[in-house]
Ligand binder design. Structure first.
Ligand SMILES: NCc1[nH]cc(CCC(=O)O)c1CC(=O)O
Length: 317
Protein backbone atom coordinates (compact mmCIF):
# COMPACT_ATOMS: atom_id res chain seq x y z
CA UNK A 1 0.00 0.00 0.00
CA UNK A 2 1.51 3.34 -1.05
CA UNK A 3 1.02 6.41 1.14
CA UNK A 4 0.52 9.48 -1.04
CA UNK A 5 1.68 12.59 0.83
CA UNK A 6 -0.51 15.60 0.06
CA UNK A 7 0.97 19.05 0.65
CA UNK A 8 -1.23 21.98 1.60
CA UNK A 9 -1.12 25.51 2.98
CA UNK A 10 -2.47 25.71 6.50
CA UNK A 11 -5.24 28.25 6.06
CA UNK A 12 -8.69 26.96 7.00
CA UNK A 13 -9.73 27.06 3.34
CA UNK A 14 -6.67 25.15 2.14
CA UNK A 15 -7.11 22.46 4.81
CA UNK A 16 -10.83 22.14 4.06
CA UNK A 17 -10.22 21.83 0.30
CA UNK A 18 -7.45 19.30 0.79
CA UNK A 19 -9.66 17.24 3.11
CA UNK A 20 -12.49 17.26 0.56
CA UNK A 21 -10.13 16.19 -2.24
CA UNK A 22 -8.71 13.34 -0.12
CA UNK A 23 -12.28 12.15 0.62
CA UNK A 24 -13.05 12.13 -3.12
CA UNK A 25 -9.79 10.33 -3.98
CA UNK A 26 -10.39 7.75 -1.24
CA UNK A 27 -13.80 6.99 -2.78
CA UNK A 28 -12.20 6.65 -6.22
CA UNK A 29 -9.57 4.24 -4.79
CA UNK A 30 -12.29 2.09 -3.21
CA UNK A 31 -14.31 2.01 -6.41
CA UNK A 32 -11.34 1.07 -8.59
CA UNK A 33 -9.61 -1.10 -6.02
CA UNK A 34 -6.44 1.00 -5.93
CA UNK A 35 -3.92 0.43 -3.08
CA UNK A 36 -3.39 4.03 -1.88
CA UNK A 37 -3.78 5.88 1.38
CA UNK A 38 -3.26 9.60 2.00
CA UNK A 39 -1.38 11.72 4.49
CA UNK A 40 -1.48 15.53 4.86
CA UNK A 41 1.68 17.66 5.16
CA UNK A 42 1.25 21.35 6.03
CA UNK A 43 3.61 23.83 4.39
CA UNK A 44 4.06 27.54 5.16
CA UNK A 45 4.45 29.63 2.00
CA UNK A 46 5.88 33.10 1.59
CA UNK A 47 2.41 34.38 0.77
CA UNK A 48 1.18 33.18 4.17
CA UNK A 49 4.01 34.95 6.00
CA UNK A 50 3.38 38.33 4.40
CA UNK A 51 -0.42 38.45 4.32
CA UNK A 52 -0.37 41.79 6.16
CA UNK A 53 1.75 43.77 3.74
CA UNK A 54 0.82 44.65 0.21
CA UNK A 55 1.37 41.48 -1.77
CA UNK A 56 1.70 43.32 -5.07
CA UNK A 57 4.63 45.27 -3.64
CA UNK A 58 6.45 42.07 -2.73
CA UNK A 59 5.82 40.99 -6.29
CA UNK A 60 6.39 37.68 -7.95
CA UNK A 61 3.81 35.22 -9.08
CA UNK A 62 2.94 32.06 -7.24
CA UNK A 63 3.69 33.35 -3.75
CA UNK A 64 1.34 30.71 -2.37
CA UNK A 65 2.68 27.75 -4.32
CA UNK A 66 6.47 27.99 -4.69
CA UNK A 67 7.51 26.23 -1.47
CA UNK A 68 4.90 23.54 -2.11
CA UNK A 69 6.22 22.95 -5.62
CA UNK A 70 9.79 22.69 -4.34
CA UNK A 71 8.71 20.08 -1.75
CA UNK A 72 7.12 18.10 -4.57
CA UNK A 73 10.23 18.25 -6.74
CA UNK A 74 12.25 17.16 -3.67
CA UNK A 75 9.82 14.22 -3.20
CA UNK A 76 8.86 15.32 0.30
CA UNK A 77 5.26 15.39 -0.92
CA UNK A 78 3.56 13.68 -3.89
CA UNK A 79 0.69 15.99 -4.74
CA UNK A 80 -0.73 19.35 -3.82
CA UNK A 81 -4.20 20.83 -3.86
CA UNK A 82 -4.28 24.46 -5.01
CA UNK A 83 -6.99 27.00 -5.63
CA UNK A 84 -6.63 27.25 -9.39
CA UNK A 85 -6.66 31.02 -9.27
CA UNK A 86 -3.54 31.04 -7.08
CA UNK A 87 -1.61 28.94 -9.61
CA UNK A 88 0.80 30.82 -11.87
CA UNK A 89 0.15 30.55 -15.60
CA UNK A 90 3.25 28.37 -16.03
CA UNK A 91 4.22 25.32 -13.95
CA UNK A 92 7.89 24.49 -13.31
CA UNK A 93 9.57 21.75 -15.34
CA UNK A 94 8.83 18.32 -13.91
CA UNK A 95 5.39 19.18 -12.51
CA UNK A 96 1.98 18.85 -14.13
CA UNK A 97 -1.61 19.63 -13.32
CA UNK A 98 -2.86 16.05 -12.86
CA UNK A 99 -6.53 16.83 -12.34
CA UNK A 100 -8.97 19.70 -12.48
CA UNK A 101 -12.02 18.53 -10.50
CA UNK A 102 -15.50 19.79 -11.27
CA UNK A 103 -15.74 23.51 -10.73
CA UNK A 104 -17.76 25.17 -7.97
CA UNK A 105 -19.41 28.62 -8.29
CA UNK A 106 -17.23 30.99 -10.38
CA UNK A 107 -18.81 34.22 -9.12
CA UNK A 108 -17.69 36.86 -6.66
CA UNK A 109 -20.01 37.56 -3.77
CA UNK A 110 -20.86 40.61 -1.71
CA UNK A 111 -21.03 40.28 2.07
CA UNK A 112 -22.81 43.20 3.69
CA UNK A 113 -24.31 44.23 7.00
CA UNK A 114 -27.45 45.39 5.20
CA UNK A 115 -29.73 42.51 4.13
CA UNK A 116 -31.91 41.94 1.07
CA UNK A 117 -29.59 43.40 -1.56
CA UNK A 118 -30.80 42.95 -5.14
CA UNK A 119 -28.10 44.92 -6.97
CA UNK A 120 -24.96 46.99 -6.43
CA UNK A 121 -27.21 50.07 -6.65
CA UNK A 122 -28.74 49.17 -3.25
CA UNK A 123 -25.54 50.05 -1.39
CA UNK A 124 -25.38 53.57 0.14
CA UNK A 125 -23.62 56.47 -1.62
CA UNK A 126 -19.85 56.47 -1.06
CA UNK A 127 -20.08 53.00 0.49
CA UNK A 128 -16.82 51.72 1.99
CA UNK A 129 -16.05 48.48 0.17
CA UNK A 130 -13.25 46.12 1.19
CA UNK A 131 -11.15 44.29 -1.39
CA UNK A 132 -7.47 44.16 -2.25
CA UNK A 133 -8.17 42.78 -5.69
CA UNK A 134 -7.52 45.32 -8.46
CA UNK A 135 -9.78 43.25 -10.70
CA UNK A 136 -12.72 43.59 -8.31
CA UNK A 137 -11.97 47.26 -7.56
CA UNK A 138 -11.83 48.15 -11.26
CA UNK A 139 -15.13 46.50 -12.16
CA UNK A 140 -17.01 47.84 -9.12
CA UNK A 141 -15.78 51.40 -9.64
CA UNK A 142 -16.90 51.18 -13.28
CA UNK A 143 -20.49 50.64 -12.08
CA UNK A 144 -20.32 52.70 -8.85
CA UNK A 145 -17.60 55.38 -9.13
CA UNK A 146 -18.63 56.72 -5.70
CA UNK A 147 -17.48 53.56 -3.85
CA UNK A 148 -14.55 54.03 -1.47
CA UNK A 149 -12.47 50.91 -2.06
CA UNK A 150 -10.18 49.98 0.81
CA UNK A 151 -7.61 47.25 1.21
CA UNK A 152 -8.73 44.00 2.85
CA UNK A 153 -6.20 41.25 3.45
CA UNK A 154 -5.96 37.98 5.29
CA UNK A 155 -7.65 34.61 5.13
CA UNK A 156 -11.38 34.35 4.47
CA UNK A 157 -12.23 34.07 8.18
CA UNK A 158 -10.29 37.19 9.17
CA UNK A 159 -11.73 39.13 6.22
CA UNK A 160 -15.25 38.27 7.36
CA UNK A 161 -14.42 39.54 10.87
CA UNK A 162 -13.11 42.81 9.43
CA UNK A 163 -16.52 43.54 7.87
CA UNK A 164 -17.66 44.29 11.43
CA UNK A 165 -14.48 45.54 13.09
CA UNK A 166 -13.36 47.90 10.33
CA UNK A 167 -16.73 49.37 9.46
CA UNK A 168 -17.07 48.28 5.84
CA UNK A 169 -20.46 48.57 4.15
CA UNK A 170 -19.50 45.55 2.04
CA UNK A 171 -16.63 43.20 1.35
CA UNK A 172 -16.14 41.00 -1.70
CA UNK A 173 -15.03 37.37 -1.62
CA UNK A 174 -15.16 34.47 -4.03
CA UNK A 175 -18.42 32.56 -3.57
CA UNK A 176 -16.60 29.23 -3.96
CA UNK A 177 -14.36 29.70 -0.91
CA UNK A 178 -17.34 30.59 1.29
CA UNK A 179 -19.34 27.65 -0.03
CA UNK A 180 -16.50 25.20 0.60
CA UNK A 181 -16.25 26.47 4.17
CA UNK A 182 -20.01 26.05 4.64
CA UNK A 183 -20.46 29.81 5.06
CA UNK A 184 -22.62 30.65 2.03
CA UNK A 185 -25.34 31.99 4.35
CA UNK A 186 -23.10 35.06 4.79
CA UNK A 187 -23.53 36.00 1.10
CA UNK A 188 -25.96 38.89 0.51
CA UNK A 189 -25.59 39.18 -3.25
CA UNK A 190 -23.91 37.18 -6.02
CA UNK A 191 -22.22 39.49 -8.52
CA UNK A 192 -23.24 38.36 -12.02
CA UNK A 193 -20.17 37.02 -13.85
CA UNK A 194 -20.68 39.46 -16.75
CA UNK A 195 -20.68 42.49 -14.39
CA UNK A 196 -17.75 41.37 -12.26
CA UNK A 197 -15.74 38.97 -14.41
CA UNK A 198 -14.11 36.43 -12.06
CA UNK A 199 -10.40 35.70 -11.72
CA UNK A 200 -8.94 33.15 -14.10
CA UNK A 201 -9.60 29.71 -12.60
CA UNK A 202 -11.85 31.03 -9.84
CA UNK A 203 -13.95 28.32 -8.20
CA UNK A 204 -11.76 25.54 -9.59
CA UNK A 205 -9.03 23.49 -7.92
CA UNK A 206 -5.83 22.20 -9.48
CA UNK A 207 -4.13 19.03 -8.29
CA UNK A 208 -0.45 19.22 -9.06
CA UNK A 209 1.89 16.23 -9.13
CA UNK A 210 5.25 15.12 -10.57
CA UNK A 211 5.24 14.51 -14.30
CA UNK A 212 7.03 11.15 -13.93
CA UNK A 213 4.75 9.82 -11.17
CA UNK A 214 2.65 7.47 -13.35
CA UNK A 215 0.73 5.99 -10.41
CA UNK A 216 -0.48 9.32 -9.10
CA UNK A 217 -1.22 10.59 -12.62
CA UNK A 218 -3.38 7.56 -13.38
CA UNK A 219 -5.30 8.08 -10.13
CA UNK A 220 -5.75 11.80 -10.82
CA UNK A 221 -6.97 11.18 -14.37
CA UNK A 222 -9.97 9.40 -12.81
CA UNK A 223 -10.72 12.58 -10.83
CA UNK A 224 -10.35 15.04 -13.70
CA UNK A 225 -13.51 16.78 -14.96
CA UNK A 226 -12.92 17.26 -18.72
CA UNK A 227 -15.43 20.11 -19.06
CA UNK A 228 -13.87 22.12 -16.23
CA UNK A 229 -10.38 21.33 -17.50
CA UNK A 230 -11.26 22.75 -20.95
CA UNK A 231 -12.72 26.00 -19.61
CA UNK A 232 -9.79 26.51 -17.25
CA UNK A 233 -7.33 25.78 -20.08
CA UNK A 234 -8.84 28.58 -22.19
CA UNK A 235 -8.76 31.03 -19.26
CA UNK A 236 -5.18 30.17 -18.35
CA UNK A 237 -3.97 30.49 -21.90
CA UNK A 238 -5.57 33.95 -21.93
CA UNK A 239 -3.73 34.81 -18.68
CA UNK A 240 -0.39 33.50 -19.99
CA UNK A 241 -0.82 35.54 -23.16
CA UNK A 242 -1.20 38.73 -21.10
CA UNK A 243 1.62 37.64 -18.80
CA UNK A 244 -0.69 38.14 -15.85
CA UNK A 245 -0.49 37.26 -12.18
CA UNK A 246 -3.14 37.58 -9.52
CA UNK A 247 -2.16 41.18 -8.63
CA UNK A 248 -3.21 42.57 -11.97
CA UNK A 249 -6.78 43.59 -12.95
CA UNK A 250 -7.37 40.74 -15.38
CA UNK A 251 -10.39 38.47 -15.34
CA UNK A 252 -11.81 35.75 -17.54
CA UNK A 253 -14.36 33.02 -17.53
CA UNK A 254 -15.16 30.36 -20.07
CA UNK A 255 -18.33 28.36 -20.47
CA UNK A 256 -19.18 25.28 -22.51
CA UNK A 257 -22.34 25.55 -24.60
CA UNK A 258 -24.51 22.47 -24.54
CA UNK A 259 -25.96 23.23 -27.96
CA UNK A 260 -22.71 22.19 -29.60
CA UNK A 261 -23.02 20.56 -33.03
CA UNK A 262 -20.12 18.20 -32.44
CA UNK A 263 -19.94 16.50 -29.01
CA UNK A 264 -16.29 15.57 -29.60
CA UNK A 265 -15.32 19.24 -29.91
CA UNK A 266 -17.68 21.23 -27.69
CA UNK A 267 -18.05 24.95 -28.22
CA UNK A 268 -16.39 27.20 -25.64
CA UNK A 269 -17.21 30.84 -25.05
CA UNK A 270 -14.54 32.92 -23.32
CA UNK A 271 -15.05 36.41 -21.87
CA UNK A 272 -11.93 38.31 -20.87
CA UNK A 273 -11.36 41.72 -19.23
CA UNK A 274 -8.53 44.08 -18.43
CA UNK A 275 -9.26 47.22 -16.44
CA UNK A 276 -7.59 50.19 -14.84
CA UNK A 277 -7.63 50.08 -11.00
CA UNK A 278 -9.87 53.19 -10.76
CA UNK A 279 -12.48 51.67 -13.08
CA UNK A 280 -12.01 54.50 -15.59
CA UNK A 281 -11.34 51.90 -18.27
CA UNK A 282 -12.75 48.39 -18.35
CA UNK A 283 -12.06 46.56 -21.60
CA UNK A 284 -13.99 43.35 -22.35
CA UNK A 285 -13.91 40.90 -25.23
CA UNK A 286 -15.76 37.70 -25.96
CA UNK A 287 -15.16 34.91 -28.50
CA UNK A 288 -16.25 31.35 -29.14
CA UNK A 289 -14.39 28.37 -30.53
CA UNK A 290 -13.58 24.72 -29.97
CA UNK A 291 -9.83 24.99 -29.34
CA UNK A 292 -9.17 26.36 -25.82
CA UNK A 293 -5.61 27.47 -26.61
CA UNK A 294 -6.59 29.34 -29.76
CA UNK A 295 -9.53 30.91 -27.97
CA UNK A 296 -7.41 32.13 -25.03
CA UNK A 297 -4.95 33.73 -27.42
CA UNK A 298 -7.69 35.23 -29.59
CA UNK A 299 -9.43 37.03 -26.70
CA UNK A 300 -6.06 38.29 -25.38
CA UNK A 301 -5.11 39.58 -28.85
CA UNK A 302 -8.45 41.38 -29.19
CA UNK A 303 -7.90 43.10 -25.82
CA UNK A 304 -4.36 44.09 -26.75
CA UNK A 305 -5.73 45.59 -29.97
CA UNK A 306 -8.10 47.67 -27.76
CA UNK A 307 -5.17 48.96 -25.66
CA UNK A 308 -4.95 46.44 -22.80
CA UNK A 309 -1.17 46.41 -23.10
CA UNK A 310 -0.98 50.09 -22.15
CA UNK A 311 -3.16 49.60 -19.05
CA UNK A 312 -1.02 46.67 -17.90
CA UNK A 313 2.26 48.47 -18.59
CA UNK A 314 1.05 51.43 -16.50
CA UNK A 315 0.24 49.12 -13.53
CA UNK A 316 3.54 47.19 -13.74
CA UNK A 317 5.62 50.37 -13.77
N1 LIG B 1 -6.98 35.01 -3.58
C1 LIG B 1 -7.28 34.19 -2.47
C2 LIG B 1 -8.19 33.05 -2.78
N2 LIG B 1 -7.77 32.00 -3.50
C3 LIG B 1 -8.83 31.12 -3.64
C4 LIG B 1 -9.92 31.65 -2.99
C5 LIG B 1 -11.21 30.95 -2.88
C6 LIG B 1 -12.03 30.90 -4.12
C7 LIG B 1 -11.55 30.03 -5.25
O1 LIG B 1 -11.15 28.88 -5.06
O2 LIG B 1 -11.64 30.51 -6.39
C8 LIG B 1 -9.52 32.88 -2.41
C9 LIG B 1 -10.34 33.79 -1.60
C10 LIG B 1 -11.09 34.85 -2.34
O3 LIG B 1 -10.64 35.34 -3.38
O4 LIG B 1 -12.15 35.26 -1.87
Amino acid sequence: MRTIVVGTRQSQLALTQTGQVIDDLTRICEKHNLPFQFEIRKIVTRGDQILDVTLSKVGGKGLFVKEIEQAMLDKEIDMAVHSMKDMPAWLPDGLVNGAVPRRADVRDALITKQEGLTSLMDLPKNAKVGTSSLRRASQLKAVRPDFQIESLRGNIDSRLRKLETEGFDAIILAAAGLQRMGWSDRISYYLPADICIPAVGQGALGIECREEDEEVRRLLSLYNDPATALTVQAERRFLAELNGGCQIPIGAFAELSDFSEDPAAPLLTLTGMVGSPDGGQVLKEISSGTDPEKLGKEVADKLIAQGAGDILAEIRR
